[in-house]
Design a protein around this ligand. Structure first.
Ligand SMILES: Cc1cc2nc3c(=O)[nH]c(=O)nc-3n(C[C@H](O)[C@H](O)[C@H](O)COP(=O)(O)O)c2cc1C
Length: 343
């Protein structure tokens, strides 16, 4: 699959953008694990106009992450065009690698965003959504992609027609999360309409399916059933960035990798923690790792007190010592493939 001249390989698996989760440290780990592309947390176009420094900082990416998309959202056309131009020039403005792709978020369901007509709120006004996309495509040099949902609610699942309109105004890939805005994250993602986009003979841009991919088996099933060009993984990567290795290996060989041992998980968590400290400093670096540290060791017996220590300590040395303790106490435990893959 290609986005213009960016070759993501056959059946690529990419990391979903997630606010407060997919910062540079996590994006690097996921790329190392085999994610074909990563995306920044979303950047508010209004924020870029109001508090440029904070928003521009979110556009900072590193060479190791490439290919990487910078994602923007908003509902004011002029602000979106300005934001897109800034994303396009992220390397100059924020330093580092910058953006290989400018991605527009029309999928966020959170009330304070969708309620103001941004994110998935834009699905209530598809003409405006398409017009903003067209203006952004015209304003930037980098390829523009869109990430969205099926529609606003059950009675307005507009994605099949919308996909074609977005292609016609020049986007170069489309990611669809198989839920409506009103579903938020409830129920199961429905990939039927994602498959229908792919069946439309007029569609030529790559389509990436997203929603509820939590194992290698599920990833393969979705590629096979719905014919998507790529797959995007979000929540299942929390504290489990090696899911990209597991999926890649299964897609390429048909074999399931054994589950990762606790000792290896400790080593990965430490590397993640060091990256976080290097990139964000000892205060924010510790704080922003908490969400991840609480997930790395899911399923270990008698782990509660240790988990609390990992997510409450403010001292990097203490956290590293606790991780050493996890390796010493649980290091020999390796979850079975059955428990990991739900066989
Ligand atoms: C904590 C969190 C933050 C998210 N932030 C963003 C975001 O900034 N931009 C975006 O397009 N989607 C965002 N999403 C949606 C995910 O990218 C993805 O579409 C969704 O989680 C469904 O995929 P999954 O079932 O693999 O998690 C977020 C999701 C979560 C759980």
């Amino acid at each position: 699959m290609k986005i213009r001249d960016i070759d993501l390989g056959e059946r690529p698996v990419v990391l979903a953008p997630m606010e407060d989760v997919t910062d540079a440290s996590f994006r690097i780990l996921c790329r190392e694990a085999g994610a074909a592309m990563v995306t920044t947390e979303f950047v508010s176009s209004d924020g870029l106009v109001r508090d440029a420094a904070k928003a521009i900082a979110k556009m900072h990416t590193l060479e190791e992450e490439a290919p990487v998309a910078v994602q923007i959202y908003g509902s004011i056309p002029e602000a979106m065009v300005d934001a897109a131009r800034m994303a396009d020039r992220a390397a100059e403005l924020a330093g580092g690698h910058g953006a290989d792709v400018v991605d527009i978020n029309f999928g966020c369901p959170v009330s304070k965003i969708a309620g103001r007509g941004a994110g998935s709120g834009m699905m209530k006004d598809p003409d405006k959504l398409v017009a903003i996309t067209e203006a952004v495509v015209k304003a930037v040099r980098k390829p523009v992609t869109v990430k969205t949902r099926l529609g606003w609610d059950d009675s307005s699942k507009i994605i099949v027609e919308l996909a074609e309109r977005l292609q016609d105004v020049g986007i170069e890939a489309l990611t669809v999360h198989g839920r409506t805005r009103c579903q938020m994250y409830k129920g199961e993602a429905d990939w039927t309409l994602i498959g229908r986009i792919k069946e439309n003979p007029r569609m030529r841009i790559p389509v990436i399916g997203n929603g509820d991919i939590n194992s290698a088996l599920r990833a393969k099933e979705m590629f096979d059933r719905y014919g998507v060009d790529g797959i995007m993984v979000g929540r299942a990567s929390f504290g489990h960035p090696w899911i990209f290795t597991e999926i890649r290996h299964y897609l390429d060989t048909g074999e399931l990798l054994p589950a990762m041992s606790v000792a290896d998980r400790v080593a990965l968590a430490k590397r993640h923690f060091h990256l976080s400290l290097d990139l964000k400093g000892p205060v924010t670096g510790v704080f922003e790792m908490r969400r991840h540290l609480s997930c790395y060791f899911k399923g270990l017996r008698d782990f509660k007190d240790t988990r609390i220590k990992l997510v409450t300590s403010k001292d990097p040395e203490e956290i590293l010592a606790t991780l050493d303790y996890v390796a010493a106490r649980w290091g020999d435990e390796t979850p079975t493939a059955e428990s990991v893959y739900g066989l």
